[in-house]
Design a protein around this ligand. Structure first.
Ligand code: NDP
Length: 336
């Protein structure tokens, strides 16, 4: 059983040298007294939050343990089961290990996959945790109204590309930013954003936002924090909403950047709310009702960046922090 492990804690965002590899044996049977499941891992999800688990500091999830296998979201097939809710051959998504086979004892975090007429890898993204992040964050936190203006940062990524598409389906005007010309093209030509810009190529962020939003921003879905958030505050409308999803620009800084325009929160009566996807997992059936028909009717699309093989997983995760991924970063361990 090949495994990817944490070699030692990282300093800042993870580097490939922080990972190790281990090969061991695993019995392809669930131990007699266990009510867990033994799964064959198929697709692994690379997610930015995993970076926080490489640092030996308490965060909302505990750090990984050196020498132990990396865990994260993935899609897998049940090969043995000690739990009556799962049978051999079932497909699941949820927390699993970065290894060929995993014994999962905490089955509460597993979702059974009932719809297999869509790409299975989508359960790491569009139909998995990032999908619930976009759905919960946009509909429950931003409370969008038809015709409102929406801005999304890191817009071509796993979450951002979905927020943009939800906003369009909801009848909003949506602008996204991303870090390369290629990603900006995707936003406009593939995901249907009304406008898009490359934030790295803009000399003046405030001018770029004023160009795209001449009458201001009603909703900001924030994936990056920092200077971008600070500049957006200046461009928000009265009673605007900001969903704080993540802070890509801040994760690997020793000291987070300051926010200077926070008085806009008062003067414009903006509501700014952080959220965590897990809070919305109870909405999963309602979410599937919306997105499955949209996928099948071609009203929603999803771009994935596929890395082949378990050994490619460390580089794939590290790449999120420099923007190397184009779309949702997935690692294929096996195709069933
Ligand atoms: P992405 O697929 O968007 O990948 C990360 C992207 O972030 C990169 O491709 C890059 O795109 C951008 N980026 C990297 N470094 C920087 C930087 N210094 N400044 C600005 N942008 C940067 O990841 P996800 O869609 O999975 O996640 C997006 C955000 O959502 C993250 O902040 C993540 O932590 C958060 N998140 C929060 C959840 C929650 O429950 N609250 C759940 C899931 C995700 P580019 O080329 O455009 O710079």
């Amino acid at each position: 059983n090949d495994q990817i492990i944490l070699k030692d804690y990282a300093n800042g965002s993870p580097k490939e040298t922080d990972f190790g590899k281990k090969t061991g044996r695993i019995a392809l049977k669930v131990p007699k007294d266990s009510n867990g499941v033994l799964v064959k891992n198929l697709y692994l999800s690379c997610d930015p939050y995993m970076g926080t688990r490489f640092i030996n500091k308490k965060s909302y999830l505990p750090p990984f343990t050196p020498g132990q296998v990396i865990v994260g979201f993935g899609v897998a097939k049940v090969v043995d089961s000690g739990n009556s809710n799962f049978k051999i051959g079932d497909l699941i998504w949820g927390m699993t290990g970065w290894e060929e086979y995993s014994l999962i004892t905490d089955t509460k975090s597993l979702f059974k996959i009932h719809h297999t007429d869509v790409p299975l890898s989508y359960y790491t993204g569009l139909l998995g945790m990032p999908g619930m992040t976009a759905y919960g964050g946009f509909f429950e936190v931003c409370l969008p109204k038809k015709g409102e203006t929406v801005y999304v940062s890191a817009a071509s990524g796993a979450v951002g590309q979905l927020v943009g598409q939800f906003a369009k389906i909801h009848g909003c005007f949506v602008v996204g930013s991303a870090g390369t010309k290629e990603k900006v093209e995707l936003l406009k030509n593939k995901f249907g954003f009304d406008e898009a810009f490359n934030y790295k190529a803009e000399k003046d962020l405030d001018a770029a936002l004023k160009r795209c939003f001449p009458s201001g921003i009603d909703i900001y879905f924030d994936n990056v924090g920092g200077k971008m958030l600070d500049t957006v505050l200046l461009n928000m409308n009265l009673h605007g909403r900001i969903a704080v999803c993540g802070m890509m620009s801040q994760y690997n800084l020793d000291k987070p950047e300051g926010i200077y325009n926070s008085f806009c929160l008062v003067s414009k009566r903006i509501r700014m709310q952080g959220f965590v996807a897990f809070e919305y997992f109870n909405l999963y059936p309602k979410f599937l009702e919306l997105v499955l028909p949209c996928i099948k009717e071609g009203k929603m699309t999803y771009v994935e960046d596929i890395a082949e093989g378990l050994e490619s997983a460390p580089a794939a995760l590290v790449g999120l922090f420099s923007g190397r991924n184009v779309g949702k970063q997935v690692v294929v361990v096996a195709r069933e």
